[in-house]
Design a protein around this ligand. Structure first.
Ligand SMILES: [Zn+2]
Ligand SMILES: [Zn+2]
Length: 453
C-alpha cells in the first residue's frame, strides 16, 4: 500500500483483503468510514447504502445537544423515521460505561428500528457497541470528539464487577466523523485524542521487542502505517488550542486508521503498550478507591512520557545473567500478592489467579526469556532507539496545552510506581515492565519512575 493511499478511507473500506508480506491477510469489516468537514450531511446516504430503514439514535447528555440534534435534523430532511434515547444528566458526573447503562439501552431499544446509531465518543461508543451486540443489531457511530482510537474496534471498555475490563463485542459497520463538530468538543477530549496517538511512539517499539522475546506475530507494514498515523496526529498538536480544523482532522484521521490497523492484526499490539497500562491501572485504582477517573487519553499521554523516559534509561543498560538469576531467586510470591491486593483491592484476586495460566513468574520460563533478551540485547537497544526522546515528545504535547505529568492530574509518585510495578500483572501482554522485571531491574526503575510523577 502506497503512503498516499493510507489515508484514503473510501479505499480502505472497499479494497477487501490485503495479502501482506508478514504472512497474514489483513482486512477490516468497516463498510463506511467517512471523515471531513460537513460530512454529517452524508449520513442519510451512508445509512441508505447499508439498507437502513429506521435508526435508533442513542446519545449522551452532552453529545446529544452538541451533535445529536444535528443528526436528527439531517435525518428529518431526508425523511428518515427514527427513535431517540438520550442518557439523562447525572449532575457533573460522566456517564459510567457499566452494565446498567448497557441494560438501559437494551430496555429502551425500539424493536421497529434496524440499526443502533450511536452519537458520542468513548463511553457512549462502548455502551452502544455492547448493547448492539446483546440486541444482535448492527451499529453505526457518529463520533462527537477525536478523543480515542476505539471508534472502529471490536472491543468495549466497560466497568464490570467494580473494575474496568475490555470486552469483545461486534465492531460498528460504519463510522462518520464530522470535523466541524469534533473541533467544538471539550478541550480535554481533544487533548485525550493526542495522548492516545502519542502512545504509538511506545507501543510500536514494544510490539517489535515482544516479538523477539516471546515470538508473537509482528507486521512491519502495519507498524509503518501506525507510525504514519502517529506522525500525522502529532503534527496537529500546535493547532489544538485554537481548535484548528486541519489539526482536529489530522488527529481523528490518525485515531481512526490506527483503529483499523489493530483490526488488521487482530490485536491491540500496534496501538497499546506499557503507556496504556498506566491508564488501565490508574482507572482500576480509582474505582477501587471509589474515586472518579480521568479520560483514557489523558492518562495515556502521561503514561507515554513516563514510558519514553523508561526507554531512554533502558537503552543505556547492560543487563547480565547473574543479576537476573539473583532477582529470580529473591522473588517472593507473598510480597507479590500483597502488593496487588494493596493496589487493586478485590480485583487483585483475578490477577493473582491469572498467574496460574500465564506462569510468568515461573523461574525456568523467566530465565528462558532472559536468555533471549541477552542474546538479542543489541537489537532490542536499536528498537528502543527508534522511539523519540521523552523531552521532545513532551514538548510536542505541551504545545497543545495538555497535562503531561501525573502530578498535574492529582496522582502521586506512589501511584506512578504502583501502576508501573503492577502493569505486568493485569493482562497477558509482555510489556517493557515485564522485561525490566525479567532482567532484575524492577527496584531501580521503580525508584526512577517515582521521580517522573
Ligand atoms: Zn502484515
Ligand atoms: Zn488507547
Amino acid at each position: 500500500m502506497k503512503k498516499a493511499e493510507i489515508f484514503d478511507f473510501e479505499k480502505l473500506t472497499t479494497s477487501g483483503e490485503i495479502d501482506c508480506a508478514c504472512g497474514q491477510k489483513h482486512s477490516t469489516d468497516m463498510k463506511i468510514l467517512t471523515v471531513g468537514r460537513g460530512v454529517i450531511e452524508q449520513l442519510p446516504d451512508a445509512l441508505r447504502k447499508l439498507n437502513v430503514r429506521q435508526p435508533m439514535i442513542v446519545s449522551g447528555p452532552f453529545s446529544f445537544p452538541a451533535v445529536g440534534k444535528k443528526v436528527c435534523a439531517v435525518l428529518d430532511e431526508a425523511d428518515f423515521v427514527y427513535s431517540v434515547f438520550v442518557f439523562e444528566r447525572n449532575g457533573a458526573k460522566k456517564l459510567q460505561p457499566n452494565e446498567e447503562a448497557v441494560a438501559e439501552i437494551v430496555k429502551n431499544y425500539d424493536p421497529a428500528c434496524d440499526i443502533l446509531l450511536s452519537v458520542g465518543s468513548g463511553s457512549i461508543g462502548d455502551v452502544c457497541k455492547a448493547a448492539a451486540t446483546e440486541l444482535n443489531v448492527p451499529q453505526f457511530t457518529v463520533g462527537s470528539a477525536p478523543s480515542m482510537d476505539g471508534y472502529t474496534s471490536a472491543s468495549a471498555s466497560l466497568e464490570l464487577n467494580n473494575t474496568k475490563a475490555t470486552v469483545n463485542v461486534n465492531a460498528p459497520v460504519g463510522v462518520l466523523c464530522d470535523v466541524e463538530f469534533m473541533a467544538q468538543a471539550p478541550m480535554r477530549l481533544l487533548w485525550a485524542g493526542l495522548g492516545d496517538m502519542a502512545a504509538k511512539t511506545c507501543s510500536l517499539c514494544e510490539w517489535e521487542m515482544a516479538s523477539i522475546i516471546t515470538g508473537e506475530h509482528y507486521c512491519p507494514d502495519t507498524a509503518d502505517m501506525v507510525k504514519l498515523c502517529c506522525e500525522r496526529s502529532l503534527s496537529g498538536a500546535p493547532g489544538i488550542p485554537a481548535r484548528s480544523l486541519d489539526s482536529v482532522q489530522a488527529v481523528i484521521e490518525g485515531l481512526l486508521l490506527s483503529g483499523v490497523c489493530m483490526s488488521y492484526v487482530n490485536s491491540s499490539r500496534p496501538a497499546s503498550g506499557l503507556e496504556h497500562y498506566f491508564s488501565h491501572c490508574w482507572e482500576m485504582m480509582a474505582i477501587a478507591r471509589g474515586q472518579e477517573y480521568d479520560l483514557h487519553g489523558i492518562y495515556v499521554g502521561i503514561g507515554t512520557v513516563i514510558t519514553l523516559n523508561i526507554f531512554k534509561k533502558l537503552r543505556q543498560l547492560q543487563p547480565d545473567r547473574t543479576r537476573a538469576e539473583e532477582a529470580a531467586a529473591a522473588f517472593s510470591r507473598g510480597a507479590w500478592e500483597a502488593r496487588l491486593r494493596r493496589v487493586f483491592k478485590g480485583t487483585a484476586e483475578s490477577f493473582i489467579s491469572l498467574e496460574d495460566t500465564l506462569c510468568k513468574n515461573d523461574e525456568t520460563r523467566r530465565m528462558q526469556r532472559v536468555d533471549r533478551i541477552l542474546e538479542n540485547w543489541d537489537t532490542l537497544v536499536k528498537i528502543l532507539e527508534k522511539a523519540p526522546d521523552p523531552e521532545e515528545l513532551e514538548a510536542v504535547l505541551r504545545r497543545s496545552g495538555m497535562p503531561t505529568r501525573a502530578s498535574e492530574i492529582g496522582l502521586g509518585a506512589d501511584d506512578v510506581a504502583d501502576a508501573f510495578v503492577c502493569s505486568r500483572d493485569t493482562r497477558d501482554k509482555y510489556l517493557t515492565s515485564s522485561l525490566i522485571w525479567d532482567i532484575g531491574y524492577m527496584d531501580e526503575f521503580e525508584a526512577f519512575v517515582k521521580g517522573l510523577a
